[in-house]
Ligand binder design. Sequence first.
Ligand SMILES: [Zn+2]
Length: 574
Amino acid sequence: MSIAPRAFAAFCVLLLCACADRAPVPPAQLLVFNANILTMDAAQPRAEAMAVRDGKVVALGTRAELEPLRGESTELRDMGGRTLIPGLIDAHAHPVWGAVKELFACQFAFESTPEQVQAAIAGCVKAQPGEQWIRGGHWTSDFFRNNRIPSPRRFLDEVSGDKAVVLQDDSGHNNWVNTRALELLGMGKDTPDPEGVTFEREADGMPNGVILEGFKVLDSVVPDYADAQYLAAARAAQDHALRRGIVAFKDASASEVEARAYQALDRSGDLHISVALALVLDDKAPFDLPTFTRLRDTYRSAHVDTRFVKLFLDGVPTASRTAAMLQPYTVDDQHPEHTRGSLHVQPADLDGYLTELDRAGFTVKIHAAGDWSVRVALDAIAAARKANGNSGLRHEIAHAGFVDPADLPRFEALSAVADFSPYIFAPSPIIDSVVGAVGERGRQYWPTRALLESSAPMLLGSDWPSAVPSMDPWAGLEALVTRRDPTGKHPGELWPEQAVDVMAALGIFTGQNAAALLLGSDLGGLSVGKRASFAVLDRDVTTVDPATLDATRVLQTWVDGVLRFADAPDSGAD
Ligand SMILES: [Zn+2]
């Protein structure tokens, strides 16, 4: 299927030249020329011009070669020699969650000082007199240790008045609450931890305000945002994507209210990018096939694909020590005992879930941050393959930062996709927190090159709003290529042997990510028959100094042959 349409189009161009005056063919709707087109298609890697009809690429070549496709109504676009790439795809992000936070939550930057955090909370308390709860974030994993804050809850009490406060950390897995929130949660010094949740404690047993894997208790107590707020967030999420040259994304944990927002936006005619939803259920019942099936069938729409599921197998390997590791975490004053983290799902149960979901046609994204959980996730995919044969569905292991060498070849063998967020593949406070918790082996984080060399499938995503300030793919692309902090704030390199080159990185952000969204025949490259969704850049990313990749600006984003974002006053039309 991939060769035939291209050959057909070439034939049509020849035919046009031969008998244009006898058999007029429909003209192209759009003719882009004077461009440096990186097609990401090995058969024709570069082109100077591209013709588009009905939202699809119908020919690539030089302007002269495409001239026969020009008709009176054809829109001509001189790209001024700019570089044009297939629209990027973010295959792991939480765009509505990110936009909800940006629009409606109490915000402070990741690296805020204690004074800045208190000022932000005090401001939100004042600005929202009618609210019982103040929600927001994000604090970094080592915030309390680095700033010597003995009682996190009292720190918030100083500025929160009669409000309950709940703040997320940079991983999204852990929470920080004040004393009023603990009261509303019914947690005192004699209350035991609910299953799967850890309340860190003060010397007398009183929770200190830090909750590990806290969403399991908070979701049912903290009021949710309204549908109208989620819809506004879905709209904002699309704007974020388009501004960054992103034409499709996978929401890596879409709850029902988020699915409803995407569908409402699509039904209003305003959703133009392609959205895949990894459906996630309430943590009280994380696996329920009839519910997944109902959500899939209820919320699928023209631009929203709901054939994906998210399962959480563990937490994060930062100071919270909740990722499931093969070797014990380090010990310190706060963590005097050797622990290995824990699994949220028992391996035998996970085997069963994967097998059922695979049989029902769902592609599963499994959150597995430690090398123990990665192994258990691979085992579950193996169990599904054994029971069902190879369904062709490529299940994903999200984060997969630590992979035991024995498990590396299993990704390729099982068609298990390594789901990476390279925006943090560089020295940073997060890495410091990881190294503090797991020891020096924490620097051997994300074996990108080893996996690619073993032909393992891979996908890339921002994971926004976890750990990063936006969905911007360019900082991630740079970190993948340099293994250095794109902002230049944190010196050094993180496991530079695992760096990959820019074309490999771009190939994952386009073609491999398209495959992860089940859009491989539509997006991910510019070749005849594919959708004309592309980004126009201010520089040729294949020739610039890799250390400047993060400064790449997207000038235009086109979706299905329609200009949906333009950075500057548009002067491209003839
Ligand atoms: Zn995520």
